[in-house]
Design a binder for this molecule. Sequence first.
Ligand code: ADP
Length: 501
Amino acid sequence: MRNGWNEQFRGFMFAIAATAAALWVRTLLHPILEDRLPFGVFYLSVIISAWLGGTASAVVAMVLGMVAAAHFIIPPQSSLLIAEPADWVSLLIYAIVGAVTIVTFEKTRCEQREAEQRSCENQELTETLKRSDLQKDEYLALLAHELRNPLAPIATSVDLMARCRDDGRRFDALRRAVLRQLSQLVRIVDDLLDVSRYLQGKMRLLRDPFDLREAVGAAVEMVQPQIDERQHDVRLLIPDVAIGVSGDRVRLVQVVSNLLSNSAKYTPRGGRICIDLRAENGEAVLSVSDNGIGIADDDRRRIFEAFAQVDSSHTRDHGGLGLGLALVKQLCELHEGTVDVISRGPGKGSRFEIRLPLVELPTPSVRVVEKQESIDLESTSVLIVDDNRDAAETLSMLLTFEGMNATVAYDGPMALDLLRKQKPAFILLDIGLPGMDGYEVARRIRADHGQDGVKIIALTGWGGPEDRRRTKEAGFDDHVVKPVDPANLVSLLRGAQPQSA
Ligand code: ADP
C-alpha cells in the first residue's frame, strides 16, 4: 500500500517536472512560434510522463499542459480563457492525441506485465518439473529397494532349498520364508495398483452393511505375525454390541490393518498398541494408538499424501513406499468417513482415528447354506495357456501333484490346436498372450464349443473391475489374479464343477 502511494507521488512529480520543462522550452521557442501550436511541446511532457510515471502521471501532465498553454501561451495571457475557435480545435486535438498516447502506453505496460508474469510462472513450472523429476527418480530408487528387499531372501532361500532337500525341517522353514516374502511383494504391487486406480477415479467399493468388529478381528489376525515379531503388547477395547457400517469389508480390513501395521512398524520393540472401537454420535469411531516414534506437527497433514514419508532417506529404519496412509484416507473418504491423526510430537506416540457413518444392521436371517459339491480332481484334464514358460510349467507341475492331467500351450493358436485333439475340463488362460490375446482365444473357444464341457478361467495380472468385466464378456467363467495361491486355485477347481470331465 505504502509502495503504491510512493509510486503515485513520484508519478505526479514527473508530470509537474515534465510540464515545467515543456513550458520552459515553449517559452524559449515563443519568439519563433508566437501564438501558433500552443500545445505542441506539451505532447512531449505527456509522452515522457506516460513512459516514466504511468497512466495517472500522464493524465496529470496532460491537464497541466492544457492549463499552462491556456494561461501562458493562448491570448489573452495570464487567464484560462480560450476565445478563438482555432485554439479550441488545437485543444481538442491535444486531448485526443494525449488520450490515445496514454491508452497505448497503458496497453504496452499491461502486455509487458503479463509477459513478465508468464516468464515467472514458466520459471516456477520448470522448477516444479525439475523437482518432481528428481522426486520420481528418488521414488523409483526407493521402489527398487523395497522390491529388492523381499527378492533377496527369496533368491537365497531357493538356492538353499536345493542344498537341503533331505533336511525336511529346514526345507519347510525356507519354504515359509519364501511365502512370507512373496506376500510382501504382492502387497507392494497391490498398493501401487490401488493408488493408481484411485488417482484415475477407478476404485469401486462392494458395500454391504456389516459389523466393523469383524474387520478389526480380521486385521488383528493379519498383522499378528508382525506384532509378535516385534513383541508388542496389544490391547483391544471392543464393545459387546455390533458396530454396523455400510462398507466394503475387504477394504475396511485393509484400512485397519494398514493402521495397525504402521503402529507395529513405527513403535520400538516391546511397545504398547491400543485398538479402541466405539459408537459415538451416530458414528463408528475406531482409534489405533501406540507409544511409538510419534509425528511432528509439520508432518501430520503430509503423511496422508501418496508417496509421502517423514523419513525417506537411505538410512531410514523402516521400509515402505508411503502408500498405506494415502490408501487409508482415500478408502475412508469413499466410505463417507474421515481419518485423523493426533500426536504430541516425536517420541510421544501417535493416535490414528477413523470415523464412519453408523448404520443399523439388519436382523440376521437364518440362512440355509447349501453344501457345495466338490469334485475330485484326480485324472481331470486341464490346459494351461501362458507365454511365460516357467509360469506354465510350474503350474502344470502343481496340478499334476494334485492328480490332474495337465497340458501346456504357449500361445493362442497352439491352445486352439490342442483343443481340437483333446477335451480338457478346465482351461487356465493367460490374457496377455503374443499375437492372439486371451480374450480372443476365449471367444473362439466359445464360438466352437459353446458353454459345453469346458470351464475357462482367466489367470492374469490384470485384476481391476474393468478387466473382470471384459473377461466375463469374452466368455470366461472365472477370473483369478496372479500370483495365484496354489491352495485357492485348487479349491476353486474343486468347486467349479465342469459339465463334463
Ligand atoms: P510407509 O509406512 O510405507 O512409509 P504410510 O503411508 O503407511 O507409508 O505412512 C506414511 C508415513 O507416516 C510413514 O513413513 C511414517 O513416517 C508416518 N507414520 C505412519 N504411521 C505412523 C505411526 N503409527 N507412528 C509414527 N509415524 C507414522
